[in-house]
Design a protein around this ligand. Structure first.
Ligand SMILES: Cc1ncc(COP(=O)(O)O)c(C=O)c1O
Length: 378
């Protein structure tokens, strides 16, 4: 069962996602010593389960207090050196975020941008990498601004043919869509806690393959960071009783509980549930006149970015939806004035999808009546 907040409203934004009451209860336990044997046992279990979820048995996994953005920065600064060339393959707002991160660290960045609502294709990637001398490429598995799921395996294959390291942003995917590092040859996979894993915000998560770590050890310059330098964290991940920086003790309880919930559900069953709920949600919303802004071949199972019926203002509709008990997110960039974003990931079920559809139906009726009232303008 999911815990509710904001006076019992249902949080259907693309992260943070609604939190299962067992996870919330774990979070609320009293803190314990960050270097004691109890937290070490909890973290060892969480890290073991993350290794399994990421299919990264012979690589390293890192979890520390932070967010998705810190995980993006840690990935860039540990695997690309100042002056080296990084290609940012961007499908939208969060892909673009790698650009200022890399520039802040003196990295030479080039951007390959897809039209919003579509993805960079393997052919386009191959063409740019062929002429580039790039050491790494960033790929965003699910772009949360556009609802695009990139053709990850094909993109990674192309990058490896050009001997380029792949940094994959799995913030809006890990725990809801398969991201098998070994099977898909992903070098670095980064994520956060607050989306498909169903944990409250506050953790940066990184998986690093064995080969990527070896490559990192051959760097010719020191890592230009302290907190985000993964070699500072490694001893503390291998033995959580070794101090580098205070572990986010309560979030570690929550993460461990969330991962146990995922294991009980089963990885494949969880991915299938995400696919089914996405289809149910989009079919129901289509009946109400909402269509994805996303190219149909790239629709992500974790969120939908939907164009609202043309006569309506998405900002008014979002406010009315909140009055009906459901929180949706504003759309970003070029979709900001025509669409809304809905998350459907983590520990939600068909009940939350049904509630969102019912609330949207009634919000539509209220907004249309309001729009017809004299003096109302769009
Ligand atoms: C795909 C993606 N990458 C990175 C981020 C940044 O994560 P955070 O907001 O936790 O810093 C987000 C946040 O929504 C995201 O969706």
């Amino acid at each position: 069962m999911l815990a509710r907040s904001e006076k019992d409203k249902l949080l259907m934004i693309p992260g943070p996602t609604p939190v299962h009451w067992e996870i919330l209860q774990a979070l609320g336990e009293p803190p314990i010593s960050h270097t004691g044997p109890e937290i070490a046992a909890i973290m060892r279990r969480a890290l073991q389960l993350l290794h399994e979820l990421m299919d990264n048995a012979d690589g390293h996994v890192f979890v520390f207090a932070g967010s998705g953005t810190l995980a993006q920065e840690a990935a860039v600064v540990n695997f690309v050196e100042p002056g080296q060339r990084l290609l940012v393959a961007s499908n939208g707002y969060f892909g673009d975020r790698f650009v200022p991160i890399a520039r802040a660290h003196g990295i030479d960045v080039e951007v390959l941008a897809a039209r919003w609502g579509t993805s960079v294709t393997p052919d386009e990637l191959a063409r740019v990498l062929d002429r580039g001398r790039f050491v790494a490429v960033t790929l965003t598995h699910v772009e949360t601004s556009t609802g695009v799921m990139a053709p990850l395996e094909e993109l990674v294959t192309v990058a490896h043919e050009c001997d380029v390291l792949c940094i994959v942003d799995g913030v809006c995917a890990l725990g809801g869509i398969p991201e098998p590092m070994k099977r898909s040859s992903i070098d670095v996979l980064l994520s956060g806690a607050q989306k498909a894993l169903g944990v409250p915000p506050g953790l940066s998560i990184l998986g690093v393959s064995h080969q990527a770590w070896e490559r990192r050890e051959r760097r010719s310059t020191p890592v230009n960071a302290y907190y985000a330098d993964l070699s500072n964290w490694l001893p503390s991940m291998q033995d959580p009783q070794r101090y580098f920086s205070t572990h986010a003790v309560n979030l570690m309880y929550a993460l461990r509980t969330a991962l146990e919930i995922i294991v009980v559900e089963g990885f494949e069953a969880r991915y299938a549930r995400h696919r089914q709920l996405a289809e149910q949600f989009r079919a129901g919303m289509a009946e109400l006149g909402f269509e994805p802004v996303t190219d149909p071949q790239y629709l992500a199972p974790t969120l939908s970015v939907l164009r609202v019926p043309h006569e309506l203002n998405p900002h008014d509709l979002r406010q009315e939806l909140a009055r009906q008990g459901v929180i949706a997110a504003a759309a970003l960039g070029e979709f900001a004035d025509t669409a809304l974003r809905f998350g459907h990931m983590g520990n939600i079920s068909a009940a939350e999808i049904a509630q969102t559809l019912a609330a949207t139906k009634s919000a539509l009726a209220h907004t249309r009546t309001g729009a017809e009232a004299p003096g109302h303008s769009r």
